[in-house]
Design a protein. Structure first.
Length: 107
C-alpha cells in the first residue's frame, strides 16, 4: 500500500513519545518458520558477555518481503544522496561500526 492509498483510507499512525525515543541496536538475529519471520534486535556492548535483545518484531512472510524491498529502495536513495555505504571485510578496514570483541571493559 503506497502513501496515497493510505491517505485515501484515512490510516493514522500514532508515535508515542516513549516509542519515538527508539532503541539502538547493532545486531539482529533473523529466524523464520513457515508462517513468520522473527527479527530480534539486540545491542552488543564492549565488556559485556552477552547481547540484550531490545526489541522483537514478528512479520508475515509477505510483510518481510515488503520490508526487504523498502530497505533496498531506501538504501539506494541514501547512497544516491550521501555516497556508498562501505562494508569492511576485515577488522581495522576503517569500519565505523564494528562488532565488539569480548574482553574486559576499560573506563
Amino acid at each position: 500500500m503506497n502513501e496515497n492509498e493510505q491517505k485515501q483510507q484515512g490510516l493514522q499512525i500514532e508515535l508515542t513519545p516513549d516509542v519515538a525515543q527508539g532503541e539502538y541496536a547493532n545486531f539482529v538475529i533473523i529466524t523464520h518458520s513457515s508462517s513468520d519471520f522473527i527479527l530480534d534486535f539486540a545491542r552488543i556492548l564492549p565488556g559485556l558477555p552477552k547481547a540484550n535483545v531490545k526489541s522483537r518484531v514478528i512479520l508475515a512472510p509477505e510483510h518481510a518481503k515488503r520490508l526487504l524491498g523498502a530497505l533496498q529502495e531506501n538504501i539506494m536513495r541514501y547512497e544516491h544522496e550521501f555516497g556508498p555505504i562501505k562494508l569492511a571485510n576485515r577488522p581495522n578496514d576503517g569500519r565505523t561500526i564494528a562488532p565488539f570483541t569480548v574482553g574486559k571493559g576499560e573506563a
